[in-house]
Write a protein that binds this ligand. Sequence first.
Ligand code: PLP
Length: 376
Amino acid sequence: MENKKIWLSSPHMGDNEFKYVTEAFDLNWIAPVGPHLNDFETNLSKISDNKHVAALGSGTSAIHLALILLGVERNDEVICSSFTFSASANPIVYQGATPVFIDSEIDTWNMCPESLEIAIRDRLQNGIKPKVIVIVHLYGMPAKMNEIIAVARKYNIPIIEDAAEGLGSNYFNQPLGTLTEFGVYSFNGNKIITTSGGGALISSNEDSIKKAKFLATQARDNAPHYEHSHIGYNYRLSNVSAAIGLGQLEVLQERVEKRREIFDYYKKELSDIKEISFVDEPNGFYSNRWLTTILLSEDSKVSREDLRLNLQFDNIESRPLWKPMHLQPIFSSCKYYGTNNAEYLFKYGLCLPSGSNMTETDLRRIITNIKRSFEK
Ligand SMILES: *Cc1c(COP(=O)(O)O)cnc(C)c1O
């Protein structure tokens, strides 16, 4: 018989999610409006430095609204991390704008501040000022924000923080998503906490968040009939989903602690295999360790793909790191600035199962499989 499937990262409910969902049913708030949605925004705000919050249907829609609020239009250029999930870049194209991709640095794997500045100067020399910078905190690890913000301020370009993978992480004690003009969270099924599908846009600017909610609910002007002076979107989170989110927020801290334990466990158990390395946190960086990622050495006798297939053979899901956006067919004509660090990470890196609901037995089984791969 096949061994039980071990997922990369599967939903992990706490004790109260079902209770809140039942409440939503009892009150008949089965709509993208209701008390659970309001409470979810309030509670998310409390853990996000009291920023203003709009709960939305996805992290992708949050990035889209942030771009709209920052005035991104047709033919604009928007700078974006290359090493990320496509949802960081797609909304740039929704606006008819063009992404310009920036490489990673090797300490955190996030946007390289030097490549960022080179890109901005080159675009300016070509007579184009990038409108916005979308930076990503990948796998929960904070980007080098002091350096990135310094570059952005120097050229006066606003930043959107894609913290879809970074809820519960901190940068010098500041929650990710709260460090710049706009922050974005995702509550998709595979993220550190989930509402089954959902996201949020956060900002210290109350007017921006009011406007985000207006646009997210079909941009209806104040009139008894339906009056519209803007193009609207149907981007609001459902009250039922928010009820799940209320329960999940209660266990966020536990989930972060568990994922960090899982990272420590892998690191300790695999310390004998010299071909495998891990990313450490620079001083002041606190990662939620959403996914534990490993990097194989260039001379490793087991390739990333061999290791992935060995694990898959035992019904264990692992996944190559994100394929950089500038290498994706759909973005192949976009500009890219860097020194191919992201390409290197994609070639040699693997995400290991990291779900907070894994058992000790699951972890043992994964470790045994990895060790066996290197013994062959
Ligand atoms: C998941 C994710 C998104 C998109 O979030 P959704 O809620 O799935 O739309 C955006 N950026 C990154 C880096 C992500 O991991």
